[in-house]
Design a protein around this ligand. Structure first.
Ligand code: FES
Ligand code: FES
Length: 224
């Protein structure tokens, strides 16, 4: 996933420098980009010389229908083109597992899995997720049974306030789906986009090691 350490990533520090916040930029960009791409598609489908009628085809700037495949269910919502996936999940679908903490791709609290990849949902437009398989932490348990990563977090007491925990669990799940037996170094790297202000990293790493069938290798507390 994108992290604030990625040199190619704007972490939002310059927001407001020119009087334009990330949010207002997204609102403008989302509406105009969606309008532009739909307008181009409509134009391309017409015989040469005939203008498209973009008004009826353009998405936004107001709310339009959006269908997302979330946790194996197809759900249709009304949302503006600039609605982030995180806002669509939390505010339109009531899926509050993904947390809004930094809202700029720097903490991993909003992590979801899209087509097998870990994604910061605060940094993706909901419209761009149409057609993809989205999994939130609400979708990890099966038939009432928690995911092994969730079970392991409980066993290792890998949380304090718990606010960052859904993001860490999703990062762990995404990693184990790709690499069932990661090394400690690989776990640390995979979770490097997630921040825990309570400092539960040791137990988080141990929880993921154990969920992968490997013994914990770090002491859970000084002297333990
Ligand atoms: S990375 Fe999305 S809320 Fe922090
Ligand atoms: S458990 Fe509190 S921020 Fe991680």
């Amino acid at each position: 996933m994108v992290s604030s350490n990625d040199p190619g990533w704007n972490n939002g520090k310059d927001a407001g420098k020119d009087g334009v916040s990330r949010r207002s930029f997204m609102v403008t960009l989302g509406a105009s980009a969606a309008a532009a791409s739909l307008s181009q598609a409509a134009q391309a489908a017409l015989p040469k010389g005939q203008d498209a009628q973009p008004e009826s085809d353009v998405r936004g700037p107001g709310e339009t229908s959006l269908t997302l495949n979330v946790n194996g269910q197809s759900r249709t919502i009304k949302a503006e083109p600039a609605t982030t996936l995180l806002d669509a999940l939390r505010q339109k679908m009531g899926l509050t597992g993904p947390k809004e903490i930094c809202d700029r791709g720097a903490c991993g609290g909003c992590s979801v899995i899209i087509n097998g990849n870990l994604v910061a949902s605060c940094m993706m437009l909901a419209a761009d997720a149409e057609g993809a398989a989205i999994t939130t932490i609400e979708g990890l348990s099966k038939d009432g049974a928690l995911d092994p990563v969730q079970e392991s977090f409980i066993r290792h007491d890998a949380l304090q306030c718990g606010y960052c925990t859904p993001g860490f669990v999703m990062a762990g799940r995404a990693l184990l789906d790709k690499k069932p037996k990661p090394t400690l170094a690989e776990i640390k790297k995979a979770l490097s986009g997630n921040i825990c202000r309570c400092g539960t990293y040791t137990n988080v790493f141990n929880a993921i090691l154990e969920a992968s069938g490997q013994p914990p290798v770090m002491d859970s507390a000084p002297g333990a």
